[in-house]
Design a protein around this ligand. Sequence first.
Ligand SMILES: Cc1ncc(COP(=O)(O)O)c(C=O)c1O
Length: 421
Amino acid sequence: MNTAIFEKWESEIRGYCRAYPTVFKTAENARQTDEAGKEYIDFFAGAGVLNFGHNNPHMKEALIAYIQDNGVAHSLDMYTTAKRDFIESFVEHILEPRGMDHKLQFMGPTGTNAVEAALKLARRSTGRETVFAFSHGFHGMTLGALACTANDYFRNASGVPLGYVHRLPFETYCCAEGGKGCLKMLRAQLDDPSSGLKPPAAFIVEAIQAEGGVNVASAEWLKEVQQLAHDYGSLFIIDDIQAGCGRTGSYFSFDGMDLDPDIVCLAKGLGGFGTPIAMNMVKPEHDKHWNPGEHTGTFRGQNLSFVAGREALKYFRDDKMMEEVTAKGKVMRECLEKVAEKYADHDLQVRGKGMMQAIDMGEGALSKAIAKECFETGLLIGPCGTEGRVIKLIPPLTIPEEDLNTGLDLLVAAIDKVMKG
Ligand SMILES: Cc1ncc(COP(=O)(O)O)c(C=O)c1O
């Protein structure tokens, strides 16, 4: 495999290609093929972008037709037919069924950009500077979002202090009284004018921390975070960038939890095809604090992503796709639980929801060796969490059952090989 040109010319910042040292050429649904013709089952799906598979046929057809008709590809934030069609579908399939009246804000097409916009607006609308974020949270790499991201490896690259964020323990982080105990203490601090802690502009939280190690928050805990936000005049922001767009068995990872976030950040799977897009859903009473064009971005509102994203939204016209996600998620979970049972003396933890499932190997070296073995045998999988010790499974939601089972067999074989030394 000729990788010399990358090694010679591409920056040292290269990351995933070091774990997957091959040159990929084609991809279809849950399979990627390298230029030597070796096929890989994809349990990584572009870190949660490719929920609807590589080269989804409906999206491909819609994109080709749009381009052939000379549809507008780039338009800053001007009105286009593609944007109108996307917004209409989003309102019809996602907002209206939930009784949500959030405004839709487009920005530069990455998750971190959505988070930056959410932070700016929360600070603007409350007149406060500090934001509360959680241990193991991952919100992006630009300085504002990075200040909310917990991981030291990324934070250390900033070169400047990452300020105006106060860190709280996520629900699953606390051990003594559990996450709820921490929130009780926080409430006491916010009530006490001499605690040294002032109410923040916002609480930003992932309902399921994806990069942070697939830590799943309970509805009860999230509701208490929301209650705290609202009791102290702060915004409640849910970052659903990785766990949203159908990944957990419903459109939002927090569906059915009786939550009412002020801002929801979306990106990754929103465009469906792998073309970039980011969008915040913002309650109108906060959205009114923006002045026109105040948070711009040359690539805000990507028409090709609107075209593909509209096709993605068609999967939410009925419950069929989400029922499949729940069923496939169960297969994934049962497989991981069997592994945990087999190696009961290692106390491996299985966590997840829908088709984001994970096994915490307890040690980064173990999970990295397993991911390497998977790569050799034709399975792409990405470690996450502290020191990469959690193996996260996020295959495309459209993965055929046969590929899902083959991928799980490859994973179990790799775990067995590594565990047996
Ligand atoms: C929850 C969450 N927020 C924000 C981001 C940042 O998105 P991007 O890499 O597109 O900037 C990610 C990326 O993995 C994420 O998982």
